[in-house]
Design a protein around this ligand. Sequence first.
Ligand code: ZN
Length: 87
Amino acid sequence: MTESGYFTDGNGIGGLLEEIFAAEPTGAQRICQSCRAQHPTGAHRAYTSAGVVLRCPSCGDVAIRVSQRSGRRLVEFRGTWIFDAPR
Ligand SMILES: [Zn+2]
């Protein structure tokens, strides 16, 4: 916690991030950063070559880009992702 108490370091939200990344991703909805259309993950188009690119079904902009380098996965998420909160 900082002196001001307005924020913590990223470790302070470890549990929240663990919940989000453990959720079933194909059930999530995404609002596109370009066209603002909302679609479930499963409605997006996946293109594979050197990596994987998931694209918006309305405008084709990138939703997720996954590549692998030196045994690690590099993941870029774009847009707003909506996951159901645990009950
Ligand atoms: Zn779009």
